[in-house]
Design a protein around this ligand. Sequence first.
Ligand SMILES: Nc1ncnc2c1ncn2[C@@H]1O[C@H](COP(=O)(O)OP(=O)(O)OP(=O)(O)O)[C@@H](O)[C@H]1O
Ligand SMILES: [Mg+2]
Length: 200
Amino acid sequence: MKGKFIVIEGIDNAGKGTQSALLAEHLRSKGFKVLLTKEPTNGILGGISKAALNKELTLSNKALQLLFCADRAHHLDTEIEPAMQDGFIVLCDRYFFSTLAYGFASNINYKWLRSVNISFRKPDLGIYLDLDPKTSLSRSVKQVDGLQLFGNIEKISKVRQAYLSIAKEFHLKKVDAKGTVEEVSQRINKIVDKFFNIKV
Ligand SMILES: Nc1ncnc2c1ncn2[C@@H]1O[C@H](COP(=O)(O)OP(=O)(O)OP(=O)(O)O)[C@@H](O)[C@H]1O
Ligand SMILES: [Mg+2]
């Protein structure tokens, strides 16, 4: 059987890492072979992207977006596509919707962002974890003072607004990411079980 490609998206702290691990466990318990992966990747191109995000090196904003795309192309060619050929469900924590949402929120032209990402494989199922910016920040251990909080809220709100319209454009399933880990996980499992026709 050819595999399926599932993507989990959302703003910082929406619970992508937590929920993709739980979903992988759920699908494995139903007998599926699952590859859990993420972007930016742990490879060399993902490493440079993360270094740029952490300001360990300076890149122009457009160059950074193209670096995310290069990392993505390599990820698809060397990991995602081969695993799918092998019948795996590939579960990816962040994909090109992250580039679109964060890139747009950093004032990059959306048409350009779309044009450099649109030819990548579309997910069979895209899940967008929707969270309000205040809850996102309350889950963060990184916030230190009110000023930072204010700056972040503005930026995160912009990213969330971008995600909301991207979710519509690309038919991502919107899931309320508020509530306990267990509650959110059940919301996701319901969608995924329906997609795979899993009887509960
Ligand atoms: N439903 C939840 N309720 C409360 N806290 C949560 C919930 N889900 C995740 N968290 C906590 O929020 C933090 C961020 O979660 P997680 O790393 O899964 O999010 P993420 O979307 O992957 O974030 P990032 O974009 O930064 O990678 C973690 O400390 C996690 O334990
Ligand atoms: Mg994460």
